[in-house]
Design a protein around this ligand. Structure first.
Ligand code: ZN
Ligand code: ZN
Length: 298
């Protein structure tokens, strides 16, 4: 998501505010965050040697279902710089949480610095560790950290991802970083499904009638629901593993480079709905406020 220009991001934010009325409440915050992030993007320097991969190794990994760059090391200093800026943006728009954000940032810095190295495959457990520290509500933790981690990782891998053809890949997880998807989109005449990785920004094709989390293909166990006033966002669920993900039907959208990360933020009420129905996010990303979820469960 960070590979786009600020202009594209702003126009997508406005588009989402038109499409999803609930987005108006957080629109300002997201604008400020993206503006802050934009000023950091050119600081992301990539050691291209780390990202070199021989064609044979590439094909072997893809055929054997091994994510290509899960073990790539992430620049710790850069993670901290992005986190500091995200923290500033959050304080700017939500000053009543200043102290909480500062404590969260301190804990995050500690956790990062304690590790000899942070590899891409460590990011998710770092998120869980921060969630368990309960410095912030879990949905805010997810929000803060997906922003920071994807900002650094998607930017570092952008050119590499663009140069790689992932059609040999058959798994539900991301072929680049190995994370489980939270959202994807339907496009083209047959409405084929493409996932869009929340962490590294890679897009990969996946059969529409197969659960990306448990590989279930029994159609009777799977389905999707949508909400009357906005059918662009669909919640796909699988009753076998009880997981859901979101898919955006962008077939009638005018612009062809849709920024799904923003559409995801604009439709968090769908996540709440999915969880009310008893499904858990297959990605493991907790986008729903715990208290809200409890309230709705009672
Ligand atoms: Zn990925
Ligand atoms: Zn499943």
């Amino acid at each position: 998501m960070s590979s786009r220009s600020l202009e594209q991001v702003t126009s997508e934010i406005n588009e989402c505010a038109r499409r999803y009325p609930e987005f108006a409440q957080v629109k300002k915050l997201i604008e400020v965050l993206f503006q802050k992030q934009d000023s950091l993007l050119d600081k992301v320097k990539v050691n291209s040697e780390d990202l070199k991969i021989e064609l044979l190794e590439l094909e072997n990994k893809l055929q054997n279902g091994v994510p290509l760059f899960a073990s790539t090391v992430v620049d710790k200093e850069l993670l901290i710089k992005f986190a500091e800026d995200a923290c500033e943006a959050l304080i700017e728009t939500t000053p009543q949480l200043t102290e909480n954000f500062h404590m969260f940032l301190e804990k995050l810095k500690q956790s990062i610095m304690q590790k000899d190295e942070v590899r891409i495959s460590d990011v998710f457990s770092l998120m869980q560790e921060m969630e368990q520290s309960k410095q912030l509500e879990r949905d805010l933790t997810t929000f803060f950290l997906t922003f920071v981690f994807s900002g650094v990782i998607a930017t570092s891998l952008k050119d590499t991802i663009e140069s790689i053809d992932t059609k040999l890949w058959e798994k539900g997880i991301c072929p680049i970083c190995g994370e489980k998807p939270h959202y994807g989109y339907l496009k083209g005449e047959g409405g084929s499904r493409t996932f869009d990785c929340w962490l590294c920004g890679c897009q990969w094709g996946s059969p529409r009638l197969k659960c990306p989390f448990c590989d279930n293909v029994a159609i009777d166990d799977m389905g999707y629901f949508t909400v009357e006033d906005n059918a662009n966002c669909r919640i796909y669920f699988c009753k076998k593993c009880n997981a859901y993900h979101k898919t955006f039907d962008v077939r009638e959208f005018v612009q062809d480079d849709v920024i799904l990360a923003i559409h995801n933020l604009a439709t968090l009420s769908y996540d709440l709905l999915a969880q009310r129905e008893g499904f858990k996010p297959g990605s493991g990303l907790q986008w729903v406020n715990e208290e809200e979820h409890r309230k709705s469960a009672n």
